[in-house]
Structure formats: C-alpha cells, structure tokens
Design a protein around this ligand. Structure first.
Ligand SMILES: Nc1ncnc2c1ncn2[C@@H]1O[C@H](COP(=O)(O)OP(=O)(O)OP(=O)(O)O)[C@@H](O)[C@H]1O
Ligand SMILES: [Mg+2]
Length: 232
C-alpha cells in the first residue's frame, strides 16, 4: 500500500487563534483513520484544515506526494480530497438526482451507479434534499462524496442525529469506499466503538493535540487508554 494522505506538523485555527497543534499522521490507500476526542477538541478544525477550507498556520498536507496549497479548497478538491461536512451541506431545494448529477459531472459517472451503494435513495430520486429524513440526507451526502471518486474522503460526524442502526448500515460503505477505490478515509466520530469497528487506526485529539494514536485493534482491547486520553 502507498501513502495517500500525509499530514505533517499541521497547526491551524481561526484567524490568529490556534486551535490544533502539530498533527502528524499518514493514511495509506485503502485505509480508514478514525479521529476521536471530546467536544471542542479540534476534530472538525483538523478536517477543515486538511480540506483547505481553513488556511494552515504551519505544516503540510500532501496527497499522493503532491503538497496542497494552504486554504485552497478548490485546488485541494481537484486533487481528489472530498469533504462530507457535519452539516452535510446539501442544497435543500435540489433533488437527490440533481445532487448526484452535479457530483458526477467531473467524473462522468452515471449517477444511478450510486444506487448500488444506497438502494434506499432510488425511491427518493426525485425528492428535494430538504424533504429527506436525516438518515437519507446522510446517505445522499455520502453518495455525493463517493460520486467524485475521492482519493481522500474526509467524513465529519456521520452519525450525528442518526439512530445507531442507520450508522451501522452506513459504516460498511465507508470501509467499501476504502477497499474498492483505494481511498484514504478519515472519519471523525463520536461513536467510539462503531468507529473502532470500521477503522484501521485511530487517534484521539484533546485540546487541539494528538494525545493517543494506535491501531483500532489495540484500542478495542485497551479501553482504559481511551478513557484516559478523553479525560486528558
Ligand atoms: N468558526 C470558529 N471561529 C472561532 N473558533 C472556532 C470556530 N469554530 C470552532 N472554533 C473553536 O475551535 C475549537 C475546536 O472546535 P472544533 O469544532 O474543531 O471541535 P470538535 O472536536 O469538532 O468538537 P465537536 O465534537 O463538538 O464537533 C473550539 O474551542 C471552538 O470553540
Ligand atoms: Mg466537530
């Protein structure tokens, strides 16, 4: 496997206010990294900085050996980095079909291919995003991300507001995206046990710093280390 995403000595925040410090991590093609940590730790800030939505204060973000410009979400997206944000960022009046047609423009994929992954969306094809349930909206947000054939897929709080049974259904899709398309997946998740089921490795961010980084297997066996990292 090859290193797809390399984050080196990354620091960032809002304006001059530094929120995350010295984040170092690599994710290989086909791998899933979970980012865990308490509320306000800096998980979303980390994803936004990797995606170029926020300018970096320091450090580098490299995709397949190519360094991304700081605070340049368009260039970063052109290089295959796709963010599924925590608010899902759907266009309320646009239908499922319209969202997926737009997402497929660049990749020239057939939008209906995404129905193989999310068959539930077939009967909602002509329905506006604003009229979908929370779970359906998350499926659409993920489908739109996958439609872009991401090299790096960043997913923030997929489980937010969803019943665990729906999350259990969505997580394997993430695994599949990594396995079938060789994407490097970074998953920010509050449901620690669910995240560790699907991830290869995980890191805990607390107060803007990485306080623990280990394989998911090690963390599943050692809940004490996780609890300690959360409590800082
Ligand atoms: N737009 C903003 N402007 C200034 N500070 C912000 C902004 N967004 C977040 N912050 C601050 O950055 C810190 C980290 O926030 P962030 O959203 O990255 O945390 P998080 O780990 O994703 O938390 P949660 O689990 O609640 O989603 C917090 O102290 C927060 O107040
Ligand atoms: Mg967050």
């Amino acid at each position: 496997m090859t290193v797809r995403l390399a984050v080196d000595a990354l620091s960032g925040g809002y304006g001059k206010v530094r929120v995350v410090r010295d984040i170092n991590v690599t994710v290989e093609s086909g791998e899933v990294l979970a980012i865990l940590g308490p509320n306000g730790a800096g998980k979303t800030t980390t994803l936004l900085t990797i995606a170029g939505m926020l300018a970096r204060h320091a450090g580098t973000v490299t995709v397949d050996g190519q360094e991304m410009g700081s605070g340049d979400p368009v260039e970063t997206n052109h290089n295959g980095v796709v963010l599924v944000p925590d608010d899902r960022a759907l266009f309320q009046p646009l239908t499922v079909a319209e969202h997926l047609e737009l997402a497929c423009q660049k990749t020239k994929r057939n939008p209906r291919e995404l129905l193989d992954v999310f068959p539930t969306l077939e009967k909602r094809w002509g329905v506006a995003a604003g009229n979908l349930s929370g779970g359906e909206q998350q499926m659409l947000a993920l489908a739109r991300g996958l439609a872009q054939n991401p090299r790096v897929l960043l997913i923030d709080e997929m489980s937010m507001g969803l019943a665990p049974i729906i999350v259990e259904h969505l997580l394997p899709v993430v695994r599949q995206a990594a396995a079938e398309h060789g994407a490097a997946v970074v998953l920010v998740e509050q449901h620690v046990s669910l995240a560790l089921e699907v991830a290869d490795h995980a890191m805990v961010i607390a107060h803007g710093e990485v306080v623990l980084h280990a394989t998911a297997e090690e963390l599943r066996k050692n809940e004490g280390a996780l609890d300690a990292a959360y409590l800082g």
